[in-house]
Write a protein that binds this ligand. Structure first.
Ligand code: GLN
Length: 488
């Protein structure tokens, strides 16, 4: 089998055994990228030359004594809102179009410590604001299963790159579903860890109380392998949790779901859910039952307020976080302006795209004197209710299963003119961020048109192990994860 088709743990085994060199790995992926990237457009920046140089150094070192680590020699793609030292990090925005960070994000430093190979930086909706990658200043990425469809967003470049075998695994970020939605659209696995599980240091902030970095991979085992490396306390992120990190790959010893209580919230199977998605997810729930899971109904009554709550909290935090782009400290600076104020204003006018401006305006409004209590204060109160819904449900069950997206990947251009329609695609993923809990998306079927459908498994805070164990048991009992898109 071609090298690029292997999962991370399969490739790692070959590398450890000395069956392939790091140089051969980079070359295999470079060839693959040159073949499919013109159609998929998953990447913003390529780092082939530095990857080759690192690969050679690694091969040289391993000649003496062959001792590897799980990510050593593994060719990864990284979402372009995660800082990489000396490598362009644009956030798919004109305002950061020339920004080269002088430091690595903590997750990158950890991968580098293992000797990973960076293939490039992947496309996203500008500042991770969107659900389709169509808000990228560099144009959209495409879904490898159907080039006329969106790959999901905002980590669409990362998910498309994994699905099209343009990298062995990738990192994404998830503020309201941006790892899980593109994973579902592209038929791969995406894990959003518990808030605080993975350091946000070096992740360009969108909504700081919601953002989390996580893996996008070809299977569930790979998600665990990557989480093992990126999870853990970081003194550079004051919201990172100082808790021990288990070995997430150990959970795969159990292959059934006996004694696991699985909740199904009726609110997630209501009006607006596409019948094909409904059928695929219900089929998956049947499979979980066959595996020994104890299926129960649970209630998440505040679900209908989730979108409104999220779009107040996220835009408020974004308006504050994005105040730093003023043409002085980073990136773009407008020339030929007559004074400082005009420089600030024209820089922001030219540098931000329409969705980012919309959110800055909404967020500034929600935080302004006289409106703060009515909007931001209220949204925070409802956020607490959403979190309590999950706490109550998790008294009765160990996991909750739902769809990831209301529909399979929609057509490019279908929703760009209507932001509210676009926001509605977040209905099944954003409550998880508001509650700060972990959730995975994994493939559970296909639509008649041949587009992947995702299953979401949600767990209690810091119980990624239970989520991964159930996802792995399901994956082993089905074949969805082995399907690959035929790229024409
Ligand atoms: N689609 C959501 C938004 O546009 C979530 C994005 C994300 O998770 N980064 O805000």
């Amino acid at each position: 089998m071609a090298l690029y088709k292997l999962t991370l743990h399969e490739l790692q085994e070959k590398f450890t055994n000395g069956e392939v060199t790091a140089r051969e790995i980079v070359q295999a992926y470079s060839l693959r990228i040159s073949q499919v990237e013109p159609k998929v457009k998953a990447y913003i920046t390529f780092t082939k030359e530095s990857a080759l140089a690192q690969a050679d150094a690694l091969d040289q070192k391993l000649k003496g004594w062959r001792r590897t680590m799980p990510l050593m020699g593994m060719p990864l793609a990284v979402k372009d809102n995660i800082c990489t030292e000396d490598v362009l990090t644009t956030c798919a925005s004109r305002i950061l179009g020339n920004f080269v960070p002088p430091y690595d994000a903590t997750v990158i430093a950890r991968l580098r410590g293992q000797g990973y190979l960076l293939l490039g930086k992947t496309n996203l909706d500008e500042f991770a604001m969107g659900s389709s990658t169509e808000n990228s200043a560099f144009g959209p990425s495409r879904n490898p299963w159907n080039l006329g469809s969106i790959p999901g967003g905002s980590s669409g470049g990362s998910a498309a790159a994994v699905a099209a075998d343009e990298c062995v695994a990738a990192l994404g970020s998830d503020t309201g579903g941006s790892i899980r939605q593109p994973a579902a659209c592209c038929g791969v696995v995406g894990l959003k860890p518990t808030y605080g599980r993975v350091s946000r240091f070096g992740l360009v902030a969108f909504a700081s109380s919601l953002d989390q970095i996580g893996p996008i991979t070809k299977d569930v085992t790979d998600a665990a392998v990557l989480l093992n490396v990126i999870a853990g306390h970081d003194p550079l992120d004051s919201t990172s949790a100082n808790l021990p990190v288990p070995d997430y790959t150990k959970v795969f010893r159990r292959k059934d779901l006996k004694k696991v209580r699985v909740g199904v919230p009726q609110e997630y199977f209501a009006e607006g859910l596409d019948p094909e998605v409904d059928q695929a997810v219900r089929g998956a729930i049947e499979e979980l039952k066959r595996l020994g899971g104890d299926i129960k109904d649970v209630k998440l009554p505040t679900t209908d307020a989730a979108i409104a709550t999220y779009y107040v909290v996220a835009t408020a935090e974004a308006s504050s976080n994005l105040a730093r782009y003023d043409g002085v400290k980073y990136g773009l600076r407008s020339k030929q302006t007559k004074d400082l104020l005009e420089m600030y204003m024209t820089t922001r006018q030219e540098g931000f795209g329409p969705e980012v401006k919309r959110r800055i305006m909404l967020g500034t409004y929600a935080l302004s004197a006289g409106y703060y209590d009515a909007y931001y204060g209220k949204a925070q109160a409802v956020r607490t209710l959403i979190r309590r819904d999950f706490e109550a449900a998790f008294q009765e069950v160990d996991l909750i299963v739902t769809p990831v997206m209301p529909t399979p990947a929609f057509k490019l251009g279908e929703k760009v003119a209507d932001p509210l329609q676009m926001y509605l695609s977040d209905i099944y993923t954003i409550s998880v961020n508001l509650a700060g809990i972990p959730a995975i998306s994994l493939p559970c079927g296909f639509s008649k048109a041949g587009l992947p459908i995702g299953l979401q498994i949600i767990g209690r805070a810091f119980e990624e192990e239970t989520v991964l164990r159930a996802a792995h048991a399901y994956e082993q009992a089905t074949m969805w994860h082995t399907k690959k898109p035929h790229m024409r």
